[in-house]
Every structure is written in C-alpha cells, then in structure tokens.
Ligand binder design. Sequence first.
Ligand SMILES: NC(=O)c1ccc[n+]([C@@H]2O[C@H](COP(=O)([O-])OP(=O)(O)OC[C@H]3O[C@@H](n4cnc5c(N)ncnc54)[C@H](OP(=O)(O)O)[C@@H]3O)[C@@H](O)[C@H]2O)c1
Length: 332
Amino acid sequence: MKALLLVDESQDKIAIREIEKPSPKKGEVLVQVKAAALNHRDQWCRIGMYPNIQYDTVLGSDGAGVVAEIGVGVDGSWLNKEVIINPNIHWGDDEAAQSAAYHILGMPTNGTFAEYVVVHADRLSEKPAHLNFSEAAALPLGGLTAFRATFTKGHVSKGNKVLVSGIGGGVAQFAFQFALVVGAEVCVTSGSPEKLDQMIDRGATGGFNYKEEAWSKNALKTTGGFDVIIDSAGGSSMNDYLRLIKSGGRLVHYGSTTGAPKNLDMFRLFWSQASIHGSTMGSDKEFGEMVKFVSENNIKPILSSVRDFDQIIAAFDEMHAGNQMGKLVVTF
Ligand SMILES: NC(=O)c1ccc[n+]([C@@H]2O[C@H](COP(=O)([O-])OP(=O)(O)OC[C@H]3O[C@@H](n4cnc5c(N)ncnc54)[C@H](OP(=O)(O)O)[C@@H]3O)[C@@H](O)[C@H]2O)c1
C-alpha cells in the first residue's frame, strides 16, 4: 500500500513509499482510509520539533474511512461501517490530564497517511452522517482540541465575548464555530486581511491583524475586552492577550507556535484576576461529546484544500507557508 513516511534520507524528510498492508490483531480493525487531514503536529514531526521522533513511521493523526477487516474479538457490526478515528492512544482515566503512556496516532504509532491503518476498535466512531469523508477526516484532532479548550477549559457560554487567535489554523476554526454555536460573540485574529474578511462573513463580530503593531490597543478600544481568549501562538502576543482579557477572564492556550514570551506583564495578570489554562487534545469522553455536538449542530469543518494523496507534500508545504484557511485534506 502507499503511505507517507517520515524519513531520514531526503531533504523533504517525508516521502511516499510502498509498504506492506498491515493486518488487525486481536481487538483491532483495519480501516481503508478514504480521506486524511494534516495537523501542525505532522509538520513539527517533519522538521524534527516533536518528542520521540521515530523515522519510517507513517504520519497522520486524522482519518475517515471504511472498516475493511476486523480482528478476533471485535464486534462484527463494525465491518464495512463508515468511521472516523479517535487519535488518542492511552489517555487514561483522569479527565484532568492524559496518562504518562499517552501518545497520538501517527507518531510513534503508524498513522492515517496511508491507504490502510490499523487501530484498536475502541478508537472508532461512526462517521457523522452530515459530513462527507473529506469533512469527516478534518474533524478528530482539531475538533477534540478545540472542544476541550473552548468548553472544558474556557467555559465559553452564551453572551461571552471570545477572541480566537490565528483563525487560519485548523484548530482555531473549530473553536470559532463551537463558540458561535453556543451564542458567544466571537472576534478573531489573523495575519491575513483576506482571512479576516472571510470570517466576518462567517459571523465573526470583529477581526484584528496580529501583524499590525497596535492591533491589541485597537481591539480593546472597539470591543472593551474579552471573557475568554483561545490561542495557540503564545510568544509576545501573551502581553496583548493580558491587555485584552477582562477582569476574571480566562486565557486558554493549546499551542506555542511562536514560542515563549520574552517577558510577561505580571502586573496585568494578577490585577485582572485572569487565569491562564493549558489545554492538550481531550479525553475519550470529550471526543464522544465533541462528535455528538458537531452532529447535533450540523457543524462542518472549514476545508482549505482537498488534494489527491499523491500531492500530500504540497499540502505540508502550504501548512509551512501558513497559507491555509482551515484544514488541509488528502483523499485516496
Ligand atoms: N496541545 C494540543 O493538543 C494541540 C492540538 C492541535 C494543535 N496544537 C498546536 O496548536 C498550533 C496550531 O495547530 P494547527 O494544527 O491548528 O495549525 P495550523 O493549521 O498550521 O495553523 C497555524 C495558524 O497559526 C496562526 N498563527 C501564526 N502566527 C501567529 C501569531 N503570531 N498569532 C496568532 N496566530 C498565529 C496562523 O493563523 P493565520 O493564518 O490566521 O495568520 C496559522 O494559520 C500548533 O502549534 C500545534 O502544534 C496543539
């Protein structure tokens, strides 16, 4: 079968190779992947900025497809079902945080950038009926991360004023849609004026370009501040967020794309009574709740592009350039 491997020999660090089709063992299933989606994690792996990198691993955490084979002990009703895959492996029993054994499908376990992937049967959910395979493939990792950040950590509810940063990002567009659905007033940031315009059309109350020096001063003037800020950039923007957070508000961070802040305005942090929350992925329980929420509210992931699997390296390059608006998908 065709698969995209992380390799140590080419300049690209990723290559499509022909590898042996895997077989499901006891409790496992073989899923024929119809569509898979990129996450920034795949790009971090490609450039060696991810823990526990192992070469010759099939990358990819997000996938949707059809159950093609089942292993011993698996409920026969899964066979031929259209499914999505929960990328969590060994979250554990604690809702507060993942276990020490936790990892994510696609490194070091072989992932979804292949014609077939083997996962444990308990990783399967039925594909939401309102989504096609490309849309469904875009959902698992980004949807789960956004769900925990928005609701479990951010407690976003009706009437809240929410800022979602870097709206072109795959996770950010879910956080935006989730907050909007529950009746929050949502503003966004982006480095691209076109993306900001697009999100105003989709219901954002305001948009601010984080590349402009005075963006947070302008945002404060026009909005009066936010109850919740959901961010994955970190870096020097942290002080902008501290300027923008209302008294008692919540900053939720699920990433640090621009690294650590060089300094932090400690005065604003304590005086505003704000709290800073870290958030990573989500539990299996949250995964189930997220899929139900998306189905009940007819939410469709925003897809930046859908390419043939043979063009997957171009999708990685698009992510690296930051040109995407939403999820990058490949189909088989
Ligand atoms: N902890 C977790 O479980 C978890 C899960 C998923 C992702 N993450 C992390 O979250 C980050 C985003 O992941 P993703 O998959 O959504 O990535 P992505 O689709 O590649 O999106 C990255 C986005 O970051 C935005 N950005 C870049 N510089 C920024 C800045 N200075 N301020 C605000 N936004 C900025 C850009 O938005 P514009 O294009 O609008 O400018 C870009 O589109 C990555 O660091 C990833 O590793 C963590």
